[in-house]
Design a protein around this ligand. Structure first.
Ligand code: UDP
Length: 239
């Protein structure tokens, strides 16, 4: 059973369990997709029913960040832990490399996915990068065809939220891949163009603050975090 945080149902899993589930889905026929909502995405879903449907329709819904974990605890239905999308992706790539599987990278500015692909192929010997495509395309058709022709087992879809969730829900099956993962800005991190917060910050639940200091223009988006906590408080009172 999923844990409901303001309408989004989260799978109550540890990182290990999430990677095991992702690996299992890779072995099952049909297309599956994984989403990694943070409080900002939960707020987007509250305002956008289509995004809410796409997120809740995923085969695996992971709590990306401490905000969702805090929210679930405040509501009296705690989640075991946060499962950051980027760490889930790393765990999954290890498993895929061991099995000689292939991965397609979709998203980010032109050139970023290629750089990420080169670095990931070095880091995970055994993993094949089936292809890459930037995230600023107009027509879905040629992109879907490129993924299908690549024969990729999995696709990292990094188009930002809620674009990536809607894209996976709509086009997942047509790609013929067995697993699609919506991973926001992860390709920028894998390519080395954006740095993740040092451990100290994430261990203290302050990754968001580190990011804000590095990219102050995110302030508008980040105002969704206090709003999320206000909505959680309201929900708690209502319950
Ligand atoms: N992006 C994209 N196509 C778009 C809009 C965004 O490929 O139409 C990419 C953007 O370049 C970035 C990622 O999607 O690499 C979103 O990053 P963001 O920092 O917003 O994601 P977060 O990790 O915060 O969810």
């Amino acid at each position: 059973m999923r844990i409901n945080v303001l309408g989004v149902g989260f799978d109550n899993v540890t990182m290990k369990e999430a990677v095991a589930r992702g690996t299992e889905l890779l072995g099952q026929p049909g297309a599956h997709y994984v989403v990694t909502p943070n409080p900002e995405i939960v707020e987007v879903c509250r305002e956008n029913p289509e995004a809410m449907r796409a997120v809740n329709g995923a085969d695996l819904v992971l709590a990306d960040g401490i905000g969702v974990v805090k929210g679930a605890r405040m509501l009296g239905t705690p989640l075991k832990t946060k499962v950051p999308g980027i760490e889930f992706a790393a765990g999954l790539m290890e498993e895929m490399a061991a099995k000689g599987m292939s991965l397609y990278l979709l998203g980010a500015k032109p050139g970023v996915a290629e750089t990420a692909g080169k670095r990931l192929a070095e880091k995970y010997p055994g993993l094949t990068i089936a292809g890459t495509h930037d995230g600023y395309f107009q027509d879905d058709g040629p992109v879907i065809e490129a993924i299908r022709n690549s024969g990729a087992d999995a696709v990292f879809v990094c188009l930002g939220a809620p674009k990536q969730e809607l894209w996976m829900a709509r086009n997942g099956s047509a790609t013929n891949a067995r697993l699609l993962c919506g991973l926001g800005g992860s390709l920028d991190v894998f390519a080395g163009t954006v740095k993740r917060a040092p451990r100290f910050w994430s261990d203290h639940g302050l990754e968001w603050f580190y990011r804000l200091c590095k990219e102050p223009r995110r302030i508008g988006r980040m105002m969704k975090l206090p709003l999320f906590l206000v909505h959680v408080q309201q929900e708690k009172r209502r319950k």
